[in-house]
Structures are given as structure tokens and as C-alpha cells.
Ligand binder design. Structure first.
Ligand code: HSE
Length: 309
């Protein structure tokens, strides 16, 4: 029986323009690593955190809260210690909290011989995510656990649908080095939206899901539009419009804010195009004083990867 596991828990792009709180996809080139090992002493401990400054208290750490939800449900006759190597900066918009929340439950489950399925693991991980965003949603957790694109049909009961990934689809991410807390960027959104905007948004979401199924890159291009959330949140991201214009001019299919920001994503057909889009986005952001990082990534259809066990 395994006593220790090392995993790579990837970043994600939640919302994917028109799918606020329901659609997301999994990245490959950016993520956290975690080592989780069984202990004879019962209980959970976070013994190491590297990369970013985060709390060691189980009930104040996203990975701890989600692990505790699973631990209390499973009631195993052992304990666990958790080491977290953060590769994703908190408050980046590319799923830092969901990588932590999903990573710990995935690892505990594997060490307990997998009593829970992916939907059940998502339910536990949502408890950790709720600590970071002050609201329960699964659009950034489901892709980490299921891989590829996922649609959260509902959270009560939790229902997750895996959506196929077109083979030539690549993501480009620009991450400005400013922090936007998810809870803050949720708080600025309106409670109500006009019906005419809702109609456009759900038409775009339906079209995007269809386009992903049929590998229709033109339809992906025409569906990647967020008329409800982006107008509010983009004001928090300096040079957002300039980056979007640059990625469009370079031939991206489209893009928007990644998760709750400040990262901006673009989708492209083919890796070569995604790299051209990356350069265009970099050129546009170089005009700002803000430091930034960029990534080009395949869509990770596997989700969390076991590095060793
Ligand atoms: N759907 C969430 C949001 C993702 O946009 O607030 C970030 O947790």
C-alpha cells in the first residue's frame, strides 16, 4: 500500500469568457506540486509550504480545508502530512486556490485506495475553494480533477460534464503581477442582469460547447464573448483592452479574463499561432509598468498528474 505520493496539480482557466461559474479548462504548463504522506498519528498537518507565503493552519489553508472535509468523511485510522510547493501565485486568476484545494483531496484519496470518485472529490475541494472566494463554485476545480474542458451543470446536486477538447487548441496566458482577490472581484458584479444580455450570453455558451464538440474553430471564435462579467472586471486589469486587441490582431480565436483575473487568456488554433499571440500580448503589456509572465499551454486533458508514489 502506498504511503507517499507526489503530484502536479495544474492551473486552470475558469469562466472561459461566456461561462461564468460553470465552464473551465485545465492548463499544463503551470501548476503546483504537492507531497502527501501517511502518518501513524491521526490528524492533518501542513509541514512545508514553498513558493508563496500561505498559512500552515489546516483551517486557514485552502488545501487544508478541503483535505479536512475528505478526512472527516473518510475517518481513516491514520493521519497525513502535506507539503505544498506553490507554482501558481495566489490571486493570479489561473486557479491557484483550486490547484491547492483539488491537489490535497486527490492525494489523500489516492493514499486511501481511491474510495471517492472525481465528483465527490470536487465536492470536498469546493470547501477549500469557498475559503478563498467566499462562495461555492466548481468551475475551476472540476478541470483540475477531470482534465480538459468541464461544464458544471449544477452544484446542488453537483453534476459535472466533461466536454471534448479540440486537438489543435492552445491557450496563451498573460499574468500581470498584481493580485486580485476572487472574493473582491465577485463582490463588484451585479446581482441582476438584463434579459437581453442573458440571452446573448447563454447563446454564446451553448455555441461554444457545441463548437468544442465539433472542433469548429470559427464557431469557437464567434462564441468567446462575455458581455456580462468582463465589462465590470476588466476595469480592475490595467491594459486589458490593449492586450485583447493585440491577441485579436495576432490571430487568436478569442479570449477574456482568466477566472477572476488579473490573468488574461487567449485561445488559438495551433501552437505556432499561440506563440505569436503570446509575443503580441507581451508587446502590448510591455507598455505598462507592471511586471508580467506569459505561458503557452496545451489543454491538459488528464488533469492532476502523479509524479511519484
Ligand atoms: N468562476 C469564478 C469567478 C472563478 O470568476 O469568480 C474564480 O474562482
Amino acid at each position: 500500500m502506498k504511503n507517499e505520493i507526489k503530484i502536479f496539480s495544474p492551473g486552470t482557466v475558469a469562466n472561459v469568457a461566456c461561462g461564468y461559474d460553470v465552464l473551465g479548462f485545465c492548463l499544463d504548463s503551470v501548476g503546483d506540486e504537492m507531497v502527501v504522506r501517511k502518518t501513524t498519528e491521526k490528524g492533518l498537518k501542513i509541514t512545508k509550504i514553498e513558493g508563496h507565503d500561505l498559512p500552515f493552519d489546516i483551517d486557514k489553508n485552502v488545501a487544508g480545508v478541503s483535505a479536512l472535509a475528505l478526512y472527516e468523511d473518510a475517518q481513516p485510522d491514520c493521519g497525513f502530512e502535506i507539503e505544498i510547493y506553490k507554482g501558481i501565485k495566489p490571486g493570479s486568476g489561473i486557479g491557484s486556490s483550486s490547484a491547492s484545494a483539488a491537489g490535497s483531496v486527490f492525494a489523500l484519496n489516492a493514499l486511501l485506495n481511491s474510495p471517492y470518485n472525481k465528483t465527490e472529490l470536487t465536492r470536498f475541494a469546493m470547501k477549500g475553494e469557498a475559503l478563498a472566494s467566499q462562495g461555492e463554485h466548481a468551475d475551476n476545480i472540476a478541470p483540475v480533477l477531470f482534465g480538459g474542458f468541464t461544464l458544471v451543470k449544477g452544484i446542488d446536486p453537483l453534476e459535472i460534464i466533461s466536454i471534448p477538447t479540440p486537438k489543435e487548441l492552445y491557450a496563451t496566458i498573460l499574468h500581470p503581477q498584481i493580485e486580485i482577490k476572487t472574493a473582491d472581484s465577485r463582490a463588484i458584479l451585479p446581482e441582476m442582469v438584463p434579459l437581453k444580455d442573458a440571452i446573448k450570453q447563454w447563446a454564446n455558451l451553448g455555441s461554444l460547447v457545441h463548437a468544442l464538440h465539433t472542433e469548429d474553430y470559427d464557431l469557437i471564435c464567434h462564441s468567446l464573448q462575455d458581455i456580462i462579467v468582463e465589462p465590470y472586471r476588466s476595469k480592475l486589469i490595467p491594459y486589458f483592452n490593449e492586450v485583447m486587441l493585440a491577441s485579436h490582431n495576432a490571430g487568436a480565436l478569442g479570449g477574456s479574463i482568466s477566472g477572476s483575473g488579473p490573468s488574461i487568456f487567449a485561445l488559438s488554433k495551433g501552437q505556432h499561432k499561440a506563440k505569436e499571440v503570446e509575443q503580441a500580448m507581451r508587446n502590448a503589456y510591455s507598455k505598462s509598468e507592471i511586471e508580467f509572465q506569459t505561458y503557452v499551454s496545451t489543454i491538459n486533458t488528464e488533469g492532476i498528474k502523479i509524479l511519484s508514489s
